[in-house]
Design a protein around this ligand. Sequence first.
Ligand SMILES: C[S@@+](CC[C@H](N)C(=O)[O-])C[C@H]1O[C@@H](n2cnc3c(N)ncnc32)[C@H](O)[C@@H]1O
Length: 225
Amino acid sequence: MLPREVLGESVTPDGLPLTLTREGVALVVRVDNVPLMSSRVHGSEEALAEVGCDGLREHAGARVLVGGLGMGFTLRAVLDALGADAEVVVAELLPSIVEWNRGPLGPLAGAPLDDPRTRLVVGDVIGLVKRSPSAFDAILLDVDNGPEAFTVASNAWLYGPRGLGALRAALRPSGRLVVWSAVESEPFQRALRAAGFSVLVQPVRARGAVRKGSRHWLFLGRREG
Ligand SMILES: C[S@@+](CC[C@H](N)C(=O)[O-])C[C@H]1O[C@@H](n2cnc3c(N)ncnc32)[C@H](O)[C@@H]1O
């Protein structure tokens, strides 16, 4: 095991330890000692942006919601996929994650918080979704390790009927929701369909373009009607 140099320590709203460590060349964020993300692999986080923003570059005034910030790989890929007049709202629950993005995490994805098209909301993506009817062309969710609460218990709401209904209502007509996951889930596909989405499930590799690494999943839901 590589030695862990602790760069930052905090707690989640549930009172669990949150750490940022350097492990060899990688930076790793853990919740309760379980990895939430590592800078070593980010191909599927970028694929989340590519699938979510497909066709939006030419779309005047495109608005995309990214939840959460993490190490900024998805946000960077969203910015790269969109035009100059786009707005990208990124919701990040944990102030320490934002602080670390202003510090050691910043250079990993080319400081996407500094892009003038980025609007950072420090807070729960759930509240933002609830107060944003018909606001987004795409909502890209990577707040847990899949459609089950991990970072905080309250995230479970997002993956149930009320949460999916609110996510659908926050989309513009023909908007799309994409949810990153480390696991395939038939029940989540059914929940998406029940909430009024047409569903496509796309396997992606953790190391993206080189097609290596473990398999991750993107659940793509298009708003029907
Ligand atoms: C797996 S990381 C995201 C990785 C990111 N896609 C990237 O490219 O680096 C999950 C992030 O979502 C944040 N998060 C978790 N629950 C959230 C919520 N309810 N609202 C906003 N952000 C949340 C976490 O604090 C963490 O920064």
